[in-house]
Design a protein. Structure first.
Lengths: 393, 293
């Protein structure tokens, strides 16, 4: 097998809006998708995410591709799976209530190993909650929301520039690992407008679909390569393959027995878990001499930065770990830090989700303090600062 | 005996090349009509001469949802009720495909009912074959939106009382360009309808009534599958072009069958291309067939 990352190639220039722009996160996410090669999107309107597909609907007819507004999120989330098997790079965009409806097809895409991207611009919940206001309450749902055992990849941007850059990465990872990738924005990041630099197409690397080279008749849809990822075929190429959400064997045929289940579920998990180091991306700052490290992600990381700056001005030994890849969770990084610091402080716009992961990964080696917030706005930096001061004491 | 076996080997059933013979025997019960419809489908593919590499079958969940697993075509067994939106994405990503949705009445009209009417409204170029056995059979014979009033099912032990959907009327009203109903008894007519929809562009819908001797007939003391075939034979009346409002089904009543709707209407892709060309002129870039590389 060729080294999967060596397959990266320059982006199709038709989708790349090279230049310096002033964009909000939602629009930047759309441009990232186009640059990554997304040529199909299905959506259903929901605040605060709709601007992503509004822009896609305006842009895609000039690039070459299709946008369809479906009748609900169930439809949108499986239309992208169908489109992927038809040969397109595809994505859908939603927010909390719609994300709940999409869980069915996140599971189906994980089970059928369909590369696709789900963008969730998080807002306050539960239920209809706060349609126009931010939260980070869907982080565990992104990990565990669909029934059954599976691994997922989730990325978390904290700026419009990252909405562009990381959407490309989300598509690339979806293709490399043949898995749905969750792109976990929040209302603030989605609606904040900043400078976004879109480089020339030749500087943007995209991961092409991992196509089978088997001749028709010899293709086994679920025979994995060395990295446990099987190459893919598209409908209409003469392979006459079968795909099912049932537990299946390498032929893609239903296999209703515990052995097939064990083999399949273990592989689906391992193909992502084995790559946790490669998948991990984070921003680390001043952790060498730190006694306390603030772990945050998304919009909260920008508020936390203010608190960290205030603390350092006071001479407190504080470091920062901003998670960009949230799933699979970078246990190894937390473990490493836990062995040499006193405490973690974990602010997030929910009542305590990722803080539990930090606690689990730290394994008691360092104290872990959450700074929960129900959402609707961001933390006040002083609240995080106070938590830092208490943790150092 | 050896001679007989050799003779049996020599004569291949003409539909065998259309089936995944390595998955036979299938799961359907003796007397079930789904296999009969698949036989008709295979014969229709043979007759209409379509390129089999360009036919994809998409199924939902349930007994009829298993069809995708037995046809030797690109085939997708999707989630419950979502075969149509999956097929919509597949078709729009690769318009050169003939996309067939093959599923049951509960899958398509209850949990998938919203998708059914919207696909008909959009006139997405899909060929929908809906096998109607009046119940949820895979899960043990529960009532559904097609269960005729007074029929006994596992969840209507004292007889169903909800009004049932008239599926041809529903999809006709929503905008389907081809609507027909046959029963598992009408194999020739069904095969012809299935052939016709391969020459039709837009949302096509064929309802096929099918016996479920294990769960519907037995619970209602209606005999074997064969008895139901006799009922279909005696009580069916062919009325091509019948207004779909007049073809509702009742419990053990007369069954109006035939081709009810066959009309022309621009499909989703026609409308999309027309509109975008009009508005964008030369700036409009039509989607290439395969865009993943």
């Amino acid at each position: 097998m060729e080294n999967p990352t060596s397959l990266l190639r320059p982006a199709d220039p038709r989708g790349v809006l090279t230049g310096i722009h002033f964009l909000d996160g939602d629009h930047a996410c759309c441009e990232g998708a186009l640059a990554a090669g997304a040529r199909f999107a299905a959506g259903y309107p929901i605040t605060p995410s709709t601007e992503v597909v509004e822009r896609f609907a305006a842009r895609i007819p000039k690039v070459g591709g299709t946008f369809i507004q479906m009748e609900d999120e169930l439809a949108a989330s499986i239309a992208i799976v169908g489109a992927a098997w038809g040969g397109a790079k595809a994505f859908t965009v939603t927010s909390g209530p719609g994300f709940s409806l999409m869980m069915e097809h996140i599971g189906y895409a994980a089970m059928t190993e369909t590369p696709c991207v789900f963008v969730d611009v998080q807002r306050g919940g539960p239920s209809t909650g706060l349609p126009t206001l931010p939260a980070q309450g869907d982080m565990m749902q992104a990990r565990w929301g669909s029934h059954g055992d599976y691994e997922i990849i989730a990325l978390c941007p904290n700026s419009p520039q990252e909405c562009f850059d990381l959407t490309i990465r989300a598509f690339n990872l979806a293709e490399q690992y043949r898995t749905p990738v969750m792109f976990m924005m929040d209302e603030c990041v989605g609606h904040m407008t900043e400078k976004v630099v879109i480089p020339p197409a030749e500087e943007i690397l995209v991961y092409p679909r991992r196509r089978t080279t088997a001749p028709p008749g010899a293709y086994l849809p679920y025979r994995p390569e060395e990295d446990l990822v099987p190459p893919m075929a598209h409908a209409g190429e003469g392979h006459r393959f079968h795909i099912t959400g049932l537990t299946h064997d390498e032929r893609g045929y239903p296999a209703m027995n515990p052995e097939a289940q064990d083999k399949l579920v273990r592989r689906l998990q391992a193909k992502i878990r084995n790559a946790v180091q490669e998948l991990a991306s984070y921003e680390e700052q001043d952790t060498e001499a730190a006694e306390v490290v603030v772990v945050s992600y998304g919009i909260t990381s920008r508020v936390a930065q203010r608190a960290i700056d205030l603390a350092r001005k006071k001479g407190l030994p504080v470091g920062k770990l901003r998670l960009i890849t949230v799933w699979p969770f970078p246990d190894f990084k937390i473990r490493e830090l836990a062995s040499r610091i006193k405490a973690f402080v974990v602010p997030e716009l929910n009542m305590g989700q990722i803080v539990r992961e930090v606690e689990r990964a730290a394994g008691g080696a360092a104290k872990v303090t959450g700074v929960p917030h129900a959402g609707g706005t961001v933390h006040r930096p002083e609240v995080i600062l106070q938590a830092i001061e208490e943790a150092i004491r | 005996m050896i001679e007989l076996e050799q003779a049996a080997e020599a004569v291949e059933n003409p539909v065998e090349p259309f089936l995944r013979m390595d998955r036979i025997p299938h799961i359907w019960c003796p007397g079930c009509g789904i296999g009969t419809t698949v036989n008709c489908f295979a014969r229709a593919l043979l007759e209409c001469g379509v390129d089999l590499n360009k036919v994809a079958v998409v199924s939902g969940i349930g007994c009829s949802g298993r069809v995708a697993g037995y046809v030797k075509l690109d085939s997708f067994h999707t989630t419950h009720g979502r075969a149509i939106p999956f097929a919509t994405g597949l078709k729009l990503a690769n318009p050169s495909l003939n996309v067939v949705v093959y599923s049951g009445d509960g899958d398509l009209s209850a949990i998938g009912g919203n998708h059914l009417i919207h696909a008909a409204r959009r006139n997405i170029d899909l060929k929908v074959i809906c096998v109607n056995n009046f119940i949820y059979a895979m899960t043990g014979g529960q009532s559904g939106p097609t269960t005729p009033a007074s029929a006994t099912t596992s969840t209507s032990p004292y007889g169903a009382f909800e009004p049932a959907f008239n599926l041809p009327h529903l999809v006709d009203a929503a905008g389907a360009v081809y609507v027909a109903r046959w029963t598992a008894f009408h194999v020739r007519q069904l095969t012809r309808s299935m052939t016709e929809i391969f020459n039709k562009r837009g949302f096509c819908f064929i309802e096929v009534l099918s016996p479920c001797p294990t769960l519907f007939e037995r619970r209602n003391k209606l005999g074997e599958g064969l008895d139901t075939m006799k009922y279909y034979k005696e009580k069916s009346k062919v009325r091509n072009g019948a207004p779909t409002g007049e073809v509702a089904l009742g419990y053990r009543d007369e069954i109006i069958v035939g081709k009810f709707v066959d009309r022309e209407r621009p499909d989703y892709l026609d409308l999309m291309r027309e509109r975008l060309s009009l508005q964008l002129g030369n700036a409009y870039v039509e989607a290439p067939a395969c865009v993943c590389d």
